[in-house]
Ligand binder design. Sequence first.
Ligand SMILES: Cc1cc2nc3c(=O)[nH]c(=O)nc-3n(C[C@H](O)[C@H](O)[C@H](O)COP(=O)(O)O)c2cc1C
Ligand code: SF4
Length: 447
Amino acid sequence: MPADRNTKLVTARFGNENARSIATAESLGAYATLRKALAMRPDDIVAEVKASNLRGRGGAGFSTGVKWGFVPKDSPTVHLVCNADESEPGTCKDRELMYWDPHLLIEGMIISAHALKAVHNYIYIRGEMMREYAVLQKAVDEAYQKGYLGTNILGSGVTCHLTVHRGAGAYICGEETALLNSLEGLRGQPRLKPPFPAVKGLFGNPTIVNNVETLMNVPFIVDKGGAWFAELGPGRSGGTRIVCVSGHVNKPGVFELPMTITFRQLIDEVCGGVWKGRQVKAVIPGGVSMPPLDNSDELDVPVEFDALQTDERIKPVMVRPGQQFDLGGGRVLRTMAGSGGVVVLDDQTDIPKAVWRIMKFFAHESCGQCTPCREGCGWLEKVSRRVAEGRGKPDDIELLASIAHGIAGNTICALGDAAAWPMLGFLTKFRPDFEAAIAAAGKRKVA
Ligand SMILES: Cc1cc2nc3c(=O)[nH]c(=O)nc-3n(C[C@H](O)[C@H](O)[C@H](O)COP(=O)(O)O)c2cc1C
Ligand code: SF4
């Protein structure tokens, strides 16, 4: 049956302050599915996850079951790493998930580790999340005491160890290979791919990196079956989805919703509409790395992964007028569901200033390893700043577009794309705002 707005999986225990203690969590069903999973063959769990159409909630929306299938069959040592670095501006779901229901994450990790035959496993948590770290560590300690973690779990012969590791506050350490370097004690810089982590990851061993929300869905798949989970969502996207809405709405928050909900419904019906009686100017659909939507029928597109990439109501991102951005193989870039961070900007928003702020973030967070990103993000920040501050030059729109185009697709990791795509997206859909800012050079005041 398709999910409706009352379908709550990973947020079912939200609001229950006691649910993070293991006794209450168990009374609410925690670790019940683990017993079932331990009696299953690892390959059967992987098959259920494949059938579930679970897609990664960390940003790329890649099929979890397919990714698990990339681990070479004969690997003696495999690791599972939970990516809890959550630093994408606009995204605040993993923090809430870990705070309210740490045992669901631990259960999801033990089941997933069993499926992958992974013994030494890790949660890499963003360093600033002190509260969630304390909650998680306590929950891990409780799970060890109860025999859910450790050797020979519940007499099954399965061993699973879990270490919670704190990052040190770098956005780039959310990129999976930078995360693995950081976990190894190296500088947190992305690795060249291939080899992908599923083949050669942590300490050179096959490693699966999955997002917090992704792993928390696994117990539901094992409990009720992959087919049940697949039916909850439309098309190739199984389950529900968490969106975190911030910005100019009356009721911002973290919501678990069916993926058929449109952005317009999300803003008007879930978030109480745009604040101060204003209209939408732009919506960032999945963290600031993603090209924006404008206030047209683009808002009638659902929050689902494929819709955001292919729905023809969303205008393609342009490099310059008449030239669509080519994702390779002739595929155009519209936008993506990303990390679920939805930022609503009202009609009073100073778009050039908002874009400058986004570029400042990426210029600051670039690890500096590759030239197009290191230099290009710096230039995007400088040029967008002068446009925003009323010092723009007539050619600056063309200059910004050509810098962004020079970065996209030419870097070691996707941070370069993450800066270039929204730049091109804002220039495509809000060009008059940039033109007006440049025309007003010398007279423009920035708050
Ligand atoms: C610059 C950058 C930052 C990222 N930050 C995160 C993050 O904070 N959390 C996350 O889960 N994925 C993040 N990702 C995506 C990860 O590299 C990886 O794809 C993801 O953790 C895989 O998990 P999933 O398949 O469950 O989505 C980031 C990617 C990039 C390029
Ligand atoms: S794209 Fe940027 S963040 Fe990624 S490796 Fe290159 S310099 Fe570092």
